[in-house]
Design a binder for this molecule. Structure first.
Ligand SMILES: Cc1cc2nc3c(=O)[nH]c(=O)nc-3n(C[C@H](O)[C@H](O)[C@H](O)COP(=O)(O)O)c2cc1C
Length: 152
């Protein structure tokens, strides 16, 4: 199993203003590297949409804005996945939010519904504000679901 993993290219693309989602991206990067995946991490503003077809898996990280809305900077990535329509691309979406709001992690829900239609969605993960120690195991399970899909 390890040998098949080592050539898999994974991108983690995220949006973060106050650092919570960025912190989760960092945890996921460390876990994915332990599992011998080739991982690159990108702020969404720095990610080239033209590169999307060159990855075996893309992990998307987003905070939620407004009333359960996508952050503005995530919109072009969202639309790029809609256009790409590559059912074999493994994806997963994670995010941080605040359960004080009516729709907790609404942006994760928006991505989940779209990625389920257009890609091979492996997992979703919602974290309350900054990741805590108990979230590490959830991040591991999230990454394992991606690996499982890649090895199918
Ligand atoms: C104006 C505003 C609106 C927000 N709306 C929501 C929301 O609808 N649902 C939610 O779960 N969190 C909402 N949040 C909370 C953020 O998504 C949360 O703080 C998140 O962890 C920020 O991520 P970041 O630190 O990566 O920027 C909102 C925050 C602000 C400031």
């Amino acid at each position: 199993m390890g040998l098949t993993n080592c050539k898999r290219k994974v991108a983690i693309v995220y949006a973060s203003v106050t650092g919570n989602t960025e912190a989760v991206a960092g945890i996921l990067r460390a876990i994915a590297q332990e599992k011998l995946l080739e991982v690159s991490v990108w702020k969404v503003e720095e990610f080239s949409l033209a590169e999307l077809p060159h990855y075996d898996a893309v992990l998307i990280g987003t905070y939620t804005w407004g009333s359960g809305e996508l952050p503005r900077e995530m919109r072009s990535l969202f639309e790029a996945f809609e256009r790409l329509d590559r059912k074999e691309l493994v994806t997963a979406v994670f995010g941080t939010g605040d359960s004080f709001f009516a729709e907790f992690c609404g942006a994760v829900n928006r991505f989940r519904d779209m990625l389920f239609v257009h890609t091979d969605l492996a997992a979703t993960l919602k974290i309350e504000l900054a990741p805590q120690e108990k979230d590490y195991i959830r991040c591991e399970k999230f990454t394992e679901s991606v690996l499982k899909k890649l090895n199918e």
